[in-house]
Design a protein around this ligand. Structure first.
Ligand code: KG4
Ligand code: ZN
Length: 337
């Protein structure tokens, strides 16, 4: 089945064509980062407007890259939530319009399930069940993934998401936006043992990053003499390591607890260089397998949405034109909406 995926839940307008839920034919992502940079974060009103401008050209480019036309598309998968309502509605409306005009089915997909499912486009694909860590700008969740629409939540953040922890630290240190990418790059030249930051919530599968963020804030404010520029790579490397260590440790604990030796890591933060290294290293020691999508499929994209959509459509799922976007949509309650 050839599926067109559409994603517009935050600040990326994306379209992709995927065949049989596993073969990536095209993957187009129009990022709004430059527009939001001067505000230091995503401005929802502006995001919606930019999605309207970008969505049709992005879909046209995805079809073009895949060397298919709309007549070849057999179904449409679109992100229904969670995300910014105004942004989600742009993708959803366009998906419905194309489905109606072409008389093809469409399905609304959960964005978090999309992140986890990106792994089915990678060369090495895991078998179910596996432990899934989703680390993005909005989520830090550990699931036991038993099947495509069968997820048990094992741990989650009690405050900030891991991506937010990166973004806020970069803001405090005036490193620019979005913070994750900048810190990833800077930290490569830094010494992760330079500052001892706290590693919160040991012993639980839940996360908390607000204490770490506050620790950095105090470190910056109270440092005498003030931080020199050449120290910044060491500080961000230490901060990054505090996040990475906790993410790896808890995910491995979840795998041990449930006797499932397979781990999938996804979401924007899964493109982090140190996180990827550390997961391979630590899981290797425990004899566990780790599956990481290539970085371009970790951050927001529509190919991951098409993978979930392909599965729903193949199982005969058809959604109605009445379907609305949802800003909150816990993965473990997929069937309850
Ligand atoms: O999955 P994503 O693209 O969007 C959401 O669904 O939130 O994740 C975006 C988050 C941002 O917080 C960004 O700073 C973080 O992922 N991120 C990274 C890296 N690339 C993106 N964090 C750490 N290292 C990276 N290389
Ligand atoms: Zn995302």
């Amino acid at each position: 089945m050839v599926v067109l995926g559409i994603e517009s839940s935050c600040d990326e307008t994306a379209a992709a064509v995927v065949s049989d839920g596993t073969v990536l034919l095209s993957n187009v992502i129009a990022s709004q980062i430059d527009v939001h940079r001067k505000y230091g974060g995503v401005v929802p009103e502006i995001a919606s407007r930019k999605h309207i401008e970008a969505i049709l050209p992005v879909i046209a480019e995805a079809l073009d890259d895949a060397k298919v036309s709309l007549a070849d598309i057999e179904g449409i998968a679109v992100t229904r939530g969670p995300g910014l309502i105004g942004s989600l509605l742009i993708g959803l409306s366009v998906a419905k319009s194309i489905a109606f005009a072409r008389k093809i089915p469409f399905v609304g997909v959960n964005h978090i399930e999309g992140h986890i499912s990106a792994i089915f486009l990678a060369e090495r694909k895991p078998e179910f069940p596996f432990i899934a860590l989703v680390v993005s700008g909005g989520h830090t969740n550990i699931y036991l993934a038993k099947g495509f629409d069968n997820f048990v939540l094992m741990g989650q953040t009690r405050d900030d998401a891991a991506g937010e922890a990166f973004d806020k630290a970069a803001k405090m240190l005036d490193l620019g936006y979005p913070g994750g990418v900048v810190i990833d790059r800077m930290a490569q030249a830094g010494n992760p043992g330079y500052v001892k930051f706290p590693k919160a919530m040991r012993g639980s599968l839940d996360f908390s990053f607000s204490g770490l963020k506050t620790a950095l804030l105090y470190y910056i404010k109270k440092r005498e003499p003030p931080i020199r520029e050449d120290e910044v790579p060491h500080i961000v490397a230490s901060y990054q390591d505090a996040i990475v260590e906790v993410l790896v440790e808890k995910t491995l604990n979840a795998a041990k607890e449930s006797s499932v030796p397979r781990i999938v890591v996804s979401g924007g933060v899964a493109s982090n260089t140190r996180l990827r290294e550390k997961f391979y290293e630590e899981a290797g020691k425990e004899g566990m397998e780790v599956f990481l999508p290539p970085p371009v499929l970790c951050t927001d994209n529509a190919a991951m949405i098409a993978v979930v959509g392909d599965n729903l459509l193949r199982n005969g799922e058809r959604h109605s034109y009445d379907m609305n976007a949802v800003s909150r949509w816990p993965l473990e309650s997929l069937e309850n909406l």
